[in-house]
Design a protein around this ligand. Structure first.
Ligand code: F0G
Length: 421
């Protein structure tokens, strides 16, 4: 089983207090000397480690920087290729809170990032690393949002960007973004997991720098979602949330939030008992993480056939499972699968509070409802649901879930007649 303890001594390979550790065999590597995404010895996942771990005071002393870079004490650099990202709203949703029957419900809307999803937080750090190690071409496989973010950050950095997408399974807004930001877009006749297999092969052959969440530096940026939630929730509510419910695809966010919390616990800034329960939600048609949690496995079994309206999380081989499964287990969280109908209903619920999200994002709220109904989540809990992408990412799904426009003649009386019906 993965070793996620953060108490190892600083190895000789550390560069300015930063290094990479394999979570399976413990081998350590210099962070920027050579490009690697997994362990040379055993192919295990790598994690970025630090000699100094942050406390909340470290973030306060950096109040000049906004968003992700406010948290530079938790990151390998002080700045990066920025648009800027982070600093997203933590909405109150009083009607939904009452409807779901929890003590407190807040919605952290990551769709409000510059390219409309949380991926920007990972890219501001990841593209900074790409500059540091010196590469010509950036690449990712994507269900859409990663490609949109990488295309924008690659353009900003003046680097060539290549994206591989599963043909016919990416929402329109996301392809439009990658296209206009100037990425080379390859549509693969296969699902996301096959796209990732191919991009990994290209990266292994030195053809491109891989910026999927297998790249440990991406997750460093995504930690800031967890840091913002803790700080904002405490400022508003005087306490930390009991639970964070989030959609799961590759399980990068689940891994990243767990790492943010582990680092604060290790530095003494956060009591272990205050760590929110990480609760993952998948679509029933692509739920290998839920299966692994229910079966008590240490890793997932890849699903070859996946299908869901929430195309962003249409993923059968969540590569970060070895980091994320311990996170769910150790925090006392769980994982749950929801149907496409439940996802669409939750998308409408959020829209009814003025919060516009794409289907994958609504999975978090659908999952919370299901866990309340099952009595897994208590009525006295304070909960944050993460919504990961903006409504306009998938205009077709939004139009399908919403009401149809009604044609009327070009005439005021006819409009009044119709309204009176
Ligand atoms: N929500 C949205 C809107 C996403 O785009 C993704 C992942 C997830 C949730 C899942 O997050 O992987 O951290 O568990 N999208 C990737 C992409 C796979 O290519 O855009 P995770």
């Amino acid at each position: 089983m993965a070793n996620l303890q953060l108490d190892e001594p600083v190895p000789d390979v550390a560069d300015d207090g930063v290094w990479l550790t394999c979570i399976e065999c413990g081998e350590t590597f210099a962070p920027f000397e050579e490009i690697r995404y997994t362990c040379d010895e055993c192919d295990g996942l790598l994690e970025v480690r630090y000699a100094d771990l942050p406390t909340f005071e470290d973030f306060d002393s950096n109040a000049i920087a906004d968003g992700v870079w406010r948290y530079s004490a938790a990151l390998p650099f002080d700045d990066g290729v920025s648009l800027p990202e982070g600093g997203t709203p933590l909405h109150e949703v009083p009607r939904l809170e009452e409807d779901l029957g929890v003590d407190r419900l807040r919605v952290k809307h990551e769709g409000m990032n510059p390219t409309g999803s949380f991926k920007d937080r990972g890219m501001t750090v990841g593209v900074r690393v790409a500059e540091k190690v010196g590469v010509d071409r950036l690449a990712c496989a994507s269900t859409g949002n990663t490609s949109a973010a990488l295309s924008a950050y690659g353009a900003r950095a003046g680097l060539e960007t290549l994206v591989l997408l599963p043909a016919g399974k990416v929402a329109a807004g996301k392809i439009a973004q990658a296209s206009l930001h100037g990425a080379r877009i390859l549509e693969v006749d296969g699902n996301f997991d096959r796209c990732l297999d191919i991009v990994q092969n290209l990266a292994d052959r030195g053809e491109a720098y891989l910026l999927n969440s297998l790249n440990p530096f991406r997750l460093e940026g995504q930690k800031t979602i967890g840091l913002e939630i803790l700080e904002e929730f405490r400022a508003d509510e005087g306490t930390y949330p009991d639970r964070i419910v989030l959609p799961v695809g590759n399980a990068g966010n689940t891994a990243a939030l767990y790492k943010a919390f582990r680092e604060l616990v290790e530095s003494g800034a956060l009591d272990e008992s205050d760590v929110p329960k990480l609760t993952g939600v998948q679509a029933a048609g692509s739920a290998p993480m839920v299966e692994a949690v229910e079966e008590g496995w240490d890793d997932i079994q890849r699903w070859e056939d996946v299908e869901t309206i929430a195309t962003a999380i249409r993923i059968g081989n969540p590569v970060n499972a070895p980091k994320a499964l311990p996170g769910i287990r150790e925090t006392g969280g769980t994982a749950v699968a929801v149907s496409d109908e439940q996802i669409t209903a939750a998308q409408r619920d959020l829209a009814g509070e003025g919060v516009g999200v794409e289907p994958a994002s609504a999975a978090s709220v659908a999952g919370l409802r299901k866990l309340r109904e099952r009595g897994v989540v208590d009525a006295d809990e304070q909960v944050v649901c993460l919504t990961t992408g903006h409504l306009l990412k998938d205009p077709d799904a939004a139009a399908e879930a919403g009401s149809d426009p009604e044609p009327v003649p070009d005439d005021t009386d006819a409009v009044l007649d119709l309204l009176a019906e």
